[in-house]
Design a binder for this molecule. Sequence first.
Ligand code: SF4
Length: 492
Amino acid sequence: MTSGYYLSKSKILSGWQCHKRLWLEVHDRDKARVSAATEHAFQVGHEVGEIARRVFPDGVLIGHDHSLHLALDETARRLAEPGPLTLFEATLSYEGVLVRTDVLIRDDVDNIRLIEVKASTRVKPVNYIDCAVQAWVLAGVGWHPARVELAHINNQFIYPGDGQYGGLFSFVDVTDRVSPMLEHVPRWLIEYRETLAGEMPSIRIGPHCRNPYECAFLEYCTPRQPDYPVRSLPGGGKIVWQLLEEGIEDIRDIPPDRLTSESQRRVRQVTARGRPELDPAAAKTLLVLPWPRYYFDFETVGFAVPVWEGTRPYQALPFQWSCHVQTENGELEHREWLAQGDGPPMRDCAITLIAALGESGPVFTYTSYEEIVLKRLAHMFPDLAPALESIIARLFDLYPVTRKHYYHPDMLGSWSIKAVLPTIAADMDYDSLGEIREGAAASDAFLEIMDPATDMTRRARLRKELIEYCAYDTLALVRLAAFLQGADTAAD
Ligand code: SF4
């Protein structure tokens, strides 16, 4: 017999992360704000789960997504039939705990193999809890698993094409890690049901709010933020939570001797002074560089399950680039390329950028991301490698120069281009763009363009917005380089 609240596996995992999170999920769900990144992760997990089923061609899917009763009944009926079987989404319930297993295999001597599929590229500690709850329910209904496995994405897999996904997953036997946990499950259930039966637990925000998952109640639990929140100190770390515990919430209130990290001390100092800091050494570094100058940026897309032959899971694959070319007399020309979305874009991307970036002159980027993508393109297309490598040799990363020589209090501990830009070019604001204002949205837009179901009008609009967004990124680099050389003034 069940006493108290019904608990799904996901509720148990929420309780494991934070009792308050579990309580809010059950009693005040409307306060949740699910981030786009979390929604994206759900979607990826779903796609990976579907692909995993292809590895077991004889498997039977227990559908009934909208009727748990039907799913429970069908699972029970299939398990009651003798002989080997493979079930996807087998649905089981024991002592008020409901689980749906990704893959459940029973062999001809009734040994049960439980497989939990993950979209990540490695096993994480929380995955053992996940498996333990499922194994406990299975054991409770009389199917104690002989073997428990985690199937995670093998990031060394190279897709050979034609829907051949054998090798996409690494199967890790976690039976020895999970088995000792089973005896703890009843205690967890008592704890979580007591939590749910009581008042909302009083738990302050801390590192647990993002680990192992970003909590959807972070906004609700976060008290009103001061102008310069301690949480925005670069690198974060224990000191942030210690300061918050002591009631210090604003960077300006941190005693100078409390910080040991050089960059945190600098952020505190500049913020307390209330004026930006630009070291003239930045100008010295940049003024000696030759002309013409190129300002370059990629947009990329990555698939947990590769769709293009010769690519790996999560590989950053470029589908667009933008380049501003600047001559010594200040003339600016914009060049761009955006794939059609009807096939692998990488080779055309490489060919067009080689033509656009000329033979000489520094190629400015922000962070080493472009270098990584260029190196992968060179590896992918050996015939283009010499030209790509000569571009790599011309790269000049503005990020370390900015990080070393510039800080403005309004950057709130971040040197991302989106944090820096408003402080150096008040007339430029990513919020003035359409629906594409950051890289993840650009990637999503390209996936939508690739989708044959997207109509022509929507596709044309997304293409226009992608071009505007990527051009904005490289124009931001033009403005940043000018600022660092002393040609612009910071917006106080
Ligand atoms: S934000 Fe943090 S404290 Fe609040 S419910 Fe989530 S995990 Fe718990």
